[in-house]
Design a protein around this ligand. Structure first.
Ligand code: FPP
Length: 249
């Protein structure tokens, strides 16, 4: 492991760790540009960082991690960049599948898997099925994901059930609606991290982020490391979460 990842002074309270961390891994392109390298190098380094953060999350005992790896809007990027991103994903799945098994990590995709080429879809399905019973951590990968599309798809599925007479509109509440989201069975994120200095959520988990704590850092994703991750988790531990209520002491 990179030795620079080991000498942190940050001490976390193990009892106050988030149960679900979601990350918008932004800034790969700018990182590469700042070094005079093609954008694809930024993604390559970004994938290595993602791998380290996944295992650190597992080591800390945080049970859910969601990574925004490819958005619906990313299809509008140049063909070569899209191909490079899909290739990195394939390499990741091939190289890490055994490690996921060993570490008890369950892999789950949220988004429109069917937008991807058949071979990649097969790989994603294979890893999802093969890791289904793992119960130490869920690694949720947002792929061809868009928050508005997720909500609209959920409404369509719900409307179908109503049309079939299986659900009465009176019964609709938050709990029932959640069953139609991609994230059924996954608790809402406690902490959202976005790298690269952008202060927006870019159509990510729009329904699920309602009470999430946000952490924005100017660090580009390829420079994000264990120390930066611990800083984000430490910042989270200093927050008082009220969920719209008042706590008087
Ligand atoms: C944002 O940087 C990042 C992405 C669009 C892709 C994220 C993908 C990875 C980190 C690699 C794949 C991950 C795995 C686990 C295989 P950007 O290109 O928008 O950067 P910019 O805003 O500086 O241009």
């Amino acid at each position: 492991m990179d030795s620079s990842l080991n000498n942190s002074n940050i001490i976390l309270d193990p009892l106050k760790l988030p149960q679900h961390v979601a990350i918008i891994m932004d800034g790969n392109g700018r990182w590469a540009k700042s070094k005079g390298l093609p954008r694809v190098y930024g993604h390559k380094k970004g994938a290595e960082v993602a791998k380290k953060i996944i295992y650190k999350t597992r080591e800390l005992g945080i049970p859910y991690l969601t990574l925004f790896a490819f958005s619906k809007e990313n299809w509008l990027r140049p063909k070569e960049e899209i191909e490079a991103l899909l290739e990195l994903l394939k390499i990741y799945l091939d190289a890490e599948f055994k490690e996921m098994e060993k570490n008890g990590i369950k892999f789950k995709v949220i988004g429109n898997k069917e937008d991807f080429p058949d071979d990649l879809q097969e790989k994603l399905n294979f890893v999802e099925r093969a890791t289904e019973k793992n119960d130490k951590m869920v690694l949720c990968m947002a792929l061809s994901y868009g928050g508005r599309a997720e909500i609209i798809e959920a409404i369509k599925k719900l409307a179908e059930k109503i049309k079939e007479g299986k659900i009465n509109p009176e019964e609709i509440n938050e709990k029932l609606f959640r069953k139609f989201l991609y994230t059924t069975d996954i608790p809402d994120p406690d902490l959202l991290i976005r790298t690269s200095g952008e202060l927006r959520i870019s159509n990510f988990l729009l329904f699920q982020l309602a009470y999430t704590e946000f952490y924005f850092t100017p660090v580009y994703w390829p420079d994000f490391n264990e120390e930066e991750y611990l800083k984000a988790l430490y910042s989270y531990q200093q927050r008082e979460r009220r969920f719209g209520r008042v706590y008087e002491f």
